[in-house]
Design a protein around this ligand. Structure first.
Ligand SMILES: [Zn+2]
Length: 233
């Protein structure tokens, strides 16, 4: 649960920066890219192979399906308008709350595994600051009041704690009902959301070499570590 509190605190700090300070877009983009690279590496090199060992090719199909659903939901909720005015803000807040729920769930679920705990926490921590800053900025533009924007951003990011809090109980009853398929389904959703975050962070920025480098460096580290593990286990 500690990791979930850390993530939420970072998102709060990001939101404050987005609302009250001139949040540095340069720094935000680089942090988001580094977090994206790390999470993408975790999904591709650890989570998907682990699912594949249980469920074979179904695991890949489940991950692809989770990605399409998450991306579709994002498109439906967040891109209904081009400027963050009233009316467009509500779907954005709902989408970010749903997303934060998965963040909290992921950090708790993967925090139990000795290999992924540090990397997942770091990857999610890196993306929480720019996520909070973007949310705070947009909320302030839409609500036209700093205090309301702070409240709205905090409420939305606090859903991270809800996801983390219910994960152990939900996981136990899910395992009891569905067995290993439950884990495959959960890992598919987590991988789909990590891949979505990564693509979201890097695709619009692919022409900026330093952002691409911030994305590739952690991805190569994760790739390197998992290749080494293949030879040592
Ligand atoms: Zn997030």
């Amino acid at each position: 649960m500690t990791a979930a509190w850390v993530l939420t605190a970072l998102a709060f700090a990001g939101a404050i920066a987005g609302i009250f300070l001139f949040a540095s877009r340069r720094l935000s983009d680089h942090l988001a890219a580094a977090g994206g690279g790390l999470l993408f590496g975790i999904a591709v090199f650890w989570l998907v192979p682990e699912m594949k060992s249980v469920a074979g090719w179904t695991a890949l199909a489940a991950t692809a399906l989770a990605y399409v659903l998450i991306a579709g939901l994002d498109r439906l909720l967040m891109h209904t308008g081009h400027s963050p005015r009233q009316g467009v803000l509500a779907p954005l807040l709902i989408a970010t709350a749903a997303h934060s729920f998965i963040d909290g769930w992921s950090v708790r679920a993967l925090g139990r595994q000795p290999v992924t705990d540090v990397a997942v926490t770091l990857g999610l921590a890196l993306h929480k600051i720019p996520e909070g800053a973007a949310l705070g900025w947009v909320a302030q533009q839409g609500l036209r009041s700093r205090s309301t924007a702070v409240l709205a951003s905090f409420a939305v990011e606090a859903v991270t704690l809800v996801g983390a809090a219910i994960e152990p109980t939900a996981d136990r009853s899910g395992m009891a009902k569905f067995g290993p398929w439950w884990t495959v389904g959960i890992l598919a959703v987590i991988s789909g959301s990590f891949i979505f975050l990564a693509i979201h962070a890097i695709v619009p920025e692919w022409k900026r070499p330093t952002v691409v480098l911030a994305f590739l460096a952690p991805l190569l580290v994760i790739g390197g570590i998992s290749t080494l593990r293949l030879f040592t286990i």
